[in-house]
Design a protein around this ligand. Structure first.
Ligand code: SF4
Length: 1014
């Protein structure tokens, strides 16, 4: 019979030709072979549509796997007894354990080794390479030890599999080829066979094609033309012609009528061709540059919504992603939020679903050595657990109070159900059975009593986050665990337990979409789109290193060693050719418009590079790439948190948009009428709840409580000035911290207390260290730091011990600087840590500033020999402290207010106020900073920064400014005027309250420029 090739480039009608031949041979029971089960379903649907009558009888559409199985059945083999994926993996592992390893010994202990080995053995089987052949080919290598070990494991695996009396795909292929060497099974001879959509064929598939062609007419469609974009398929063509003797029929010509867009036709024909002519752009091509993944998804969603509003069938739109499993889930969620029917055709790791995550965490937590962290991971992922249980556990873990899974829940009245059942189970088999039950319950429990019920009055869609993927994940996991449970019966395999179950779940995947994609926007990979069509095609996430992507390295057998072996079937195609081929597939599929989309930055604004393929496209456009880009590109930056009102795809999006642009709201609403207006008004009413700007305080009780406070503190006022909302969270909400008191705060308390005690009872002859007694000061400081550290918590270990040692070095440096200083100022014991406004003994009373009354604690007051001149000292453990010039900009009031207190309440003559940066390293940076009267000789010897010396007028003006600011801010505080107003317009990096003040990238109120919203 015959083996012929239907060769042609994209848009040459290969699919139509295959369909025509299939229909023409219906009386001979033809077989169509396609790459995947999805392709089979799609091609059958196309056939039925083309036939117009609804169904075509007499043709079989199969994958190669099904074809091998049917031929095996025809030859009398029982192919139904095949190993499941976990069973095969277990045998591979058992084979590796039973083989003495040297080169692979260390790798074999790593996670993922079994899976890599399984994949390699599968590849060797598909290439019809037996262990003996691998061994003899390895003699071509200088050091064949690795390949010899691999061959030995492979041989052991084949032996173990043979002992199971079960098949795998490799053994079925071998057996079929053996049985068909002298002829096909009954009923197969003479059946026409057509192959469509293959990019490559394995050695086993090629051999089978040769067998089929010996007795039947076989035709293979190959997507090829002698062009750079299609180079990747040259290897397949050569194999078919040179090795199988296939006849290449006259190539099918390119059909230009598939699109009216000259640009699309031009890209299809000239992409990647050197010296290609230029063409003027038309509306067949749009470029989209977006900021952030969410921004890109929303931009695509908005564009699709416009197409749908114009009457486009969703099934005519496709979004192609090089890795739909990575970016597809977010895109799918965004499209669903915009009311767009979508099908994300990708398999995601089972462990990334809530059910899979919970099961893996449960396996770890229920193991005898289960840790508290693993219990926390389980509680966080089990949807039936209340989040607060996990929060409290996390707090205890971070404080070092619990370590094991059992300790984590010892105070609970009853332990988590699935965990308790697993702990009670007495054998591995029982544990796997419990886990199977848990898989189903974890998936279904959130829907119990709440799931959508047809015609049910009690429940309907929308009441519960109905997620079919989770239900599918539950079923998939249960089936998988059933297969894992059977592994113990296989030769050489131990009875699997929870660790093996977790590993199997981590290696499995689950489809995001099942069912027909009719009337849905498809999100799919380039491999899936290449055999399809779309009127509008978005090729998204076109980023450098993503599309084109790098060569996927084989972890066990690298490219160089494959070349060294000289086994042709083990060589890999050039990845660069493959990526060009796939991108060309995207470019050649749309009939109306192609959208090329990329991200210029991440969500945080960090720049991202776009794919070089964009430039390949621009290089084909007139008058030049820059001008074409300018004309075609639509930009959506991080500032776009909502749609423009005219572009909003749903009532909810319009409401969000209007809420962000109050100036447009009235005009837009006026233009709406009837139910549409009502719907938007309803949505608008719901928006402020989610996006309303926090503050000011309105609760009369809260305002009354704040107003009734007798004194405020200078420290608190500074906090208010830094950001009033941050102050509100810190001082009023006082969120319960998960971690223990932060180390810097703990350390600050220790250092302050130690220095106070040191100066209160100086170890030398004077109130400050002098060069001669410096060692005694140092020694005493060390003792005091240790005592205070022990007093303020358990004796420090680890990080804290290090921090304390560092603090000691810093404080010693301060003592050295002070010892070298020639100042005549001296601290007074009664003026150390002076508390005012607390009504204690010796308390000078609060600082009264008109309607405001302040209290606080002054670290240290140094007096001049005259007993009147005073300098306020404030220790800071930081490296940097502000000087006088920065006080206003940084909202600093404390020193100035303390100076007023010293003057007003103690009747002293204020010379200045200084911060002491204990954390600074260089001598220059260790100088005290603040404000000191320039004209006062009593400040001599203080080693001051020139800009901190103020004229008397400037000095007084700064004190007055600080007082006025304190009075003004105190009034605002009492009025509850909290707002998101970080000083300088930028939130400090250390503020982690965005989740509370809602300054995330959601809708930001107008007028918050530079506040992190941008
Ligand atoms: S994130 Fe910014 S606005 Fe929010 S509390 Fe912190 S500093 Fe204030």
């Amino acid at each position: 019979m015959s083996l012929s090739l239907i060769v042609g480039p994209p848009n040459s009608g290969r699919a139509g030709e295959v369909r025509r031949r299939l229909e023409a041979s219906l009386d001979r029971d033809p077989v169509l072979v396609v790459p995947t089960a999805d392709d089979a379903a799609r091609f059958e649907a196309d056939l039925c549509r083309a036939a117009g009558s609804g169904a075509i009888l007499g043709a079989s559409t199969l994958t190669f796997r099904r074809l091998f199985e049917e031929l095996a059945a025809g030859a009398g083999l029982d192919a139904s007894l095949t190993l499941s994926a976990p069973q095969r993996l277990a045998l591979v592992r058992a084979a590796a354990s039973a083989t003495p390893l040297r080169i692979l010994a260390r790798s074999s202990r790593r996670a993922g080794f079994g899976a890599a080995l399984d994949a390699l053995i599968g590849e060797l089987q598909a290439a019809l390479v037996e262990p003996d052949e691998l061994e003899s080919a390895s003699s071509n290598l200088e050091d064949p030890a690795l390949e010899l070990e691999l061959a030995a494991i492979y041989r052991t695996y084949l032996d173990l599999r043979a002992r199971t009396s079960r098949h795998d795909a490799g053994s079925i292929a071998r057996e079929v080829l053996r049985h068909t060497a002298d002829g096909l099974p009954d009923g197969w001879e003479g059946r026409p066979v057509l192959l469509y959509g293959f990019d490559d064929l394995t050695r086993a598939q090629l051999e089978l094609v040769a067998r089929l062609a010996a007795t039947s007419d076989v035709a293979i469609a190959v997507n090829y033309e002698d062009r750079r974009a299609l180079d990747a398929r040259a290897g397949l063509l050569a194999d078919l012609v040179e090795e199988l003797g296939a006849t290449r029929e006259p190539d099918l010509p390119h059909d230009t009528s598939y699109t009216r867009s000259a640009v699309l036709r031009h890209l299809d024909r000239h992409l990647f061709e050197p010296r290609a002519p230029l063409i003027d752009s038309d509306d067949g091509l749009v470029l989209m540059e977006c900021a952030g993944e969410l921004g890109e998804a929303e931009a695509i969603g908005g564009e699709i919504a416009r197409l749908l509003a114009a009457g486009t069938n969703p099934g005519d739109i496709a979004v192609v992603l090089r890795h739909p499993a990575s970016h597809g889930p977010l895109l799918g969620r965004v499209l669903e939020r915009l009311g767009i029917p979508v099908a994300v055709e990708a398999d995601v790791p089972l462990a990334r679903t809530a059910v899979g995550r919970a099961l893996v965490a449960l396996c770890h937590a229920a193991a005898p050595e289960g840790t508290a962290e693993e219990m926390l991971a389980y509680l966080r992922s089990d949807p039936s657990m209340h989040p607060s249980s996990a929060d409290w556990l996390e707090r205890r873990i971070r404080r070092g109070l619990v370590h094991t899974a059992a300790e984590a829940i010892e105070s609970w009245s009853s332990p988590p159900l699935h965990w308790a059942r697993l702990r009670e189970a007495t054998s591995p088999g029982e544990r796997l059975a419990v886990l199977r039950r848990a898989a189903i319950e974890l998936a279904e429990r959130p829907h119990t009593e709440r799931a959508p019920v047809v015609n049910g009055a009690r429940a309907h869609f929308g009441e519960v986050p109905f997620d079919p993927v989770e239900l599918r994940a539950g079923r998939t996991a249960a089936e998988l665990l059933g297969e894992v449970a059977e592994v113990g019966t296989l030769p050489g395999c131990e009875q699997p337990d929870l660790a093996e179950a977790a590993e199997a779940i981590e290696a499995a995947s689950v489809p995001l979409w099942r069912g027909t994609t009719e009337r849905r926007v498809r999100v799919l990979s380039p491999y899936r789109i290449r055999a399809g069509r779309a009127r509008y095609l978005f090729c998204a996430s076109l980023q450098e290193s993503e599309f084109p992507g790098p060569t996927a390295a084989s972890p066990l057998l690298g490219e160089e060693r494959r070349r060294g072996l000289g086994i042709k079937a083990l060589r890999r195609e050039d990845q660069a050719d493959e990526e060009r081929y796939l991108f060309h597939a995207c470019v050649s599929r749309p009939t109306e418009r192609l959208y090329l989309s990329w991200r210029s930055s991440g969500e945080d604004g960090s720049p991202l590079a776009r794919s070089p393929f964009i430039d390949e496209v621009l290089d084909l456009l007139a008058p030049d790439p820059e001008a074409a880009e300018e004309e075609l590109k639509r930009v959506r930056g991080l500032d776009r948190t909502t749609f423009e009102p005219a572009e909003a795809p749903t009532a909810r999006e319009l409401a969000r948009s209007l809420a962000a642009r109050s100036e447009d709201a009235e005009t837009t609403l006026a233009a709406l009428a009837g139910p549409a207006r009502e719907e938007v008004l309803r949505a608008l009413a719901a928006v402020p709840a989610a996006n309303e700007r926090p503050g000011p305080l309105r609760s009369p009780e809260a305002l009354e409580e704040i107003a009734a406070r007798p004194h405020l503190s200078a420290n608190s006022l500074e906090g208010w000035i830094e950001c009033s909302y941050r102050w509100f969270v810190d001082h009023e909400l006082q969120p319960e911290r998960l971690e223990p008191r932060a180390d810097p705060l703990w350390l600050g308390g220790v250092v302050h207390a130690a220095l106070e005690r040191l100066y209160r009872d100086p170890p030398g002859g004077e109130a400050i260290p002098r060069p001669a007694d410096l060692p005694r000061w140092r020694e005493r400081l060390g003792d005091l730091l240790a005592e205070e550290a022990a007093e303020k918590g358990a004796p420090p270990t680890g990080e804290r011990a290090l921090a304390l040692a560092r603090a000691r070095v810093q404080a010693e440096r301060f003592l050295e600087d002070e010892a070298a200083s020639e100042t005549t100022l001296r601290p007074r014991p009664e003026l150390l840590e002076l508390a005012f406004g607390f009504e204690g003994e010796g308390d000078p009373g609060p600082l009264e500033l008109g309607p405001t009354s302040l209290r606080g604690i002054v670290d240290r007051i140094d007096l001049a020999p005259d007993g009147q001149g005073a300098v306020i000292r404030d220790y800071k453990t930081s490296r940097e402290v502000p000087g006088a010039a920065a006080f206003e900009g940084k909202g600093k009031l404390q020193l100035q207010l303390y100076m007023r207190l010293v003057r007003d309440r103690l009747g002293l003559d204020v010379i200045g106020g200084l911060f002491q940066p204990l954390g600074a390293r260089k001598p220059r940076d260790r100088r005290p900073r603040g404000m000191v009267r320039k004209d006062d000789p009593r400040a001599e010897g203080l080693d001051l920064v020139a800009t901190d010396l103020l004229d008397p007028d400037e000095f007084e003006a700064e004190l007055d400014r600080a007082v006025a600011a304190a009075i003004d801010r105190a009034a605002a505080m009492r009025a509850g005027e909290i707002d998101r107003d970080p000083i300088g317009g930028t939130c400090p990096k250390y503020c982690t309250y965005q989740a509370i003040c809602r300054l995330e990238r959601s809708l930001g109120p107008a007028g918050e420029d530079g506040n992190g919203d941008e």
